[in-house]
Ligand binder design. Structure first.
Ligand SMILES: C[S@@+](CC[C@H](N)C(=O)[O-])C[C@H]1O[C@@H](n2cnc3c(N)ncnc32)[C@H](O)[C@@H]1O
Length: 293
């Protein structure tokens, strides 16, 4: 049981106008006005599935942090995995707290952050091993300026990988028919079927809402599922559940992943037509309405 809140600053340390949503110049802002986003990997990105099976590129949280926060403000990642959001926050001089159930990922995050030496950075990035249902025990009310994450995509990883988007030799790679689940902990959202997963997200995000500053943004990267020859629109379930607990949807952004998908095969051919699920994901942008407590 935690009684003491984390001692971490959430105060803006830049000289930008207090009414501005971020530190971007109008010119930089213009570049972000397209709702189709594309990211590339850099050297520091973790792409080894044996370390973690589902890591997003550093460029994704970087863009969200630049758009929705000022230097010094506090960023939260409720499912931080190996700490990609925390690393982006460190680069950009934002304070940040990340939670993950899995001790192994938290250890990796701490090590990853410690290797990242930056000059003149007075911000903190803290990784905590805990169930994200407990976040409100750790953070002060109205302290968070941005919540950004990629949660488990329900039980997508909880079945043998069939590499259906690959053809020929590359399909039977070392991951073929392996299960790459984060854990079998029943609290792990990656063990839950889609409807149960969406309900659990709503429970967790209801507790997070009071921790957000008014008009703070809350960004969720998610994809829909193809299971048993059927599409499950996880992104719609999430929108529905988050709006029920008080968030308002602001934007739906498409993360165009075509530049990252190598050697994609023809899904379903020749007996079926299926739009290739691996080529894009959703980035759902919500906020906390100004009048919500
Ligand atoms: C898609 S991964 C996040 C990866 C992260 N964006 C990164 O780049 O490393 C989702 C994470 O949620 C964690 N998780 C699942 N259920 C959780 C829970 N109830 N509380 C905290 N973390 C949880 C898993 O351990 C997994 O690392």
């Amino acid at each position: 049981m935690v009684n003491k809140k984390i001692n971490i600053s959430n105060k803006k340390i830049c000289k930008c106008n207090n009414n501005h949503i971020n530190c971007l110049t109008p010119k930089e802002w213009m570049k972000h006005q397209v709702a189709l986003w594309e990211f590339s990997y850099e050297k520091r990105d973790i792409r080894d599935r044996d370390i973690h099976p589902a890591v997003f590129p550093i460029a994704l949280p970087t863009k969200c942090i630049q758009l929705f926060t000022h230097k010094g403000e506090l960023v939260l990642d409720p499912f931080c995995g190996v700490g990609t959001t925390l690393l982006a926050a460190k680069d950009l001089e934002r304070n940040a707290v990340g939670f993950d159930l899995n001790e192994k990922y938290i250890k990796f995050t701490k090590n990853r952050l410690s290797q990242q030496k930056l000059q003149k950075n007075n911000t903190q990035q803290i990784a905590i091993c805990d169930d994200s249902n407990n976040i409100s025990k750790h953070l002060e009310k109205e302290s968070v300026s941005l919540c950004v994450t990629s949660p488990p995509y329900a039980n997508m990883l909880n079945r043998p990988r069939l590499n259906k988007s690959l053809r020929g030799k590359s399909r039977i790679n070392k991951h073929y028919k392996t299960i790459q689940q984060y854990s079998d902990d029943p609290r792990d959202l990656g063990t839950m079927e889609p409807k149960k997963f969406a309900k659990e997200m709503s429970k967790i995000y209801k507790e997070i809402l009071p921790l957000l500053k008014p008009k703070a943004h809350c960004v969720i990267n998610i994809t829909d599922l193809w299971q048993d020859n059927q599409r499950t629109p996880l992104h719609m379930y999430i929108i529905d559940e988050l709006e029920k607990v008080g968030y308002k949807l602001r934007n739906i952004i498409i993360w165009d992943r075509r530049n990252l998908v190598n050697g994609a095969g023809i899904f379903g051919w020749p007996s079926n037509f299926i739009t290739l699920g691996t080529t894009f994901e959703y980035i759902l942008d919500f906020w906390k309405p100004a009048d919500k407590k």
